[in-house]
Design a binder for this molecule. Structure first.
Ligand SMILES: Cc1cc2nc3c(=O)[nH]c(=O)nc-3n(C[C@H](O)[C@H](O)[C@H](O)COP(=O)(O)O)c2cc1C
Length: 192
């Protein structure tokens, strides 16, 4: 039988990477880790606070998110993890274009506002916000954010109660400076 690893370039010359089998059934098996324990542990993972934005049926939609990370530089790809029940999940199934603004330390109120349940949204959340319209996607992006990304969905991966959305980065807009807004132990923080 052909060696399935023969075509894979070894990371270290002469050494083959270990064979990894994907275990599709793993999430369905019993675990001793309760959701509460998992969330408590994850509360200790300090994260940068972002605002994910998109347009749906002619209106802006936004969601505060810390589950945002770089994936690839060439080509530029990023990932955001969105809860299955969130309105943003439905929106990102309906549109391929979205934006991410890395919030600055003074944008705590904005972050808290977009973390509220969307059922409470009376359609005025974006009113009065310092917004820019992304030239590549038309989505709203936050003025004063540390950086702004415009993305087009490249992959969507189901993962438990979340969906991982990988985006190709169509445009990046960098602020000249500033400090991030962080989230740690269920509270907003700043570097100093
Ligand atoms: C600091 C912070 C970070 C969050 N990060 C995420 C995230 O990465 N992904 C996500 O789906 N929800 C995240 N949430 C929760 C959503 O912001 C919130 O559930 C959502 O806006 C509620 O909308 P919904 O009513 O449509 O579900 C975060 C909340 C806070 C306060």
């Amino acid at each position: 039988m052909d060696d399935p690893l023969a075509a894979i370039e070894p990371a270290v010359p002469g050494r083959r990477p270990p064979l990894r089998l994907i275990d599709e059934e793993a999430p369905a098996r019993a675990t001793e880790v309760s959701p509460e324990t998992f969330r408590s542990a994850m509360a200790r993972l300090a994260g940068a606070v972002t605002l994910v934005t998109a347009r749906h049926e002619g209106a802006d939609v936004g969601m505060t998110a810390t589950a945002f990370l770089p994936v690839s530089a060439e080509p530029p790809l990023v990932l955001v993890s969105v809860g299955r029940p969130a309105r943003m999940h439905r929106v990102l199934r309906a549109t391929s274009y979205w934006g991410v603004s890395l919030l600055a330390r003074h944008q705590r109120d904005l972050a808290a506002n977009f973390a509220r349940p969307s059922a409470d949204d009376d359609g005025t959340r974006f009113d009065g916000l310092p917004l820019l319209r992304g030239p590549h996607t038309g989505v709203s992006l936050v003025d004063g954010a540390l950086a702004r990304f415009e993305c087009r969905t490249y992959r969507m991966v189901d993962a438990g109660d979340h969906i991982l959305i990988v985006g190709a980065v169509l445009g990046v807009d960098l602020a000249s400076g500033g400090e991030p807004l962080l989230y740690f132990e269920r509270d907003y923080r700043t570097l100093s």
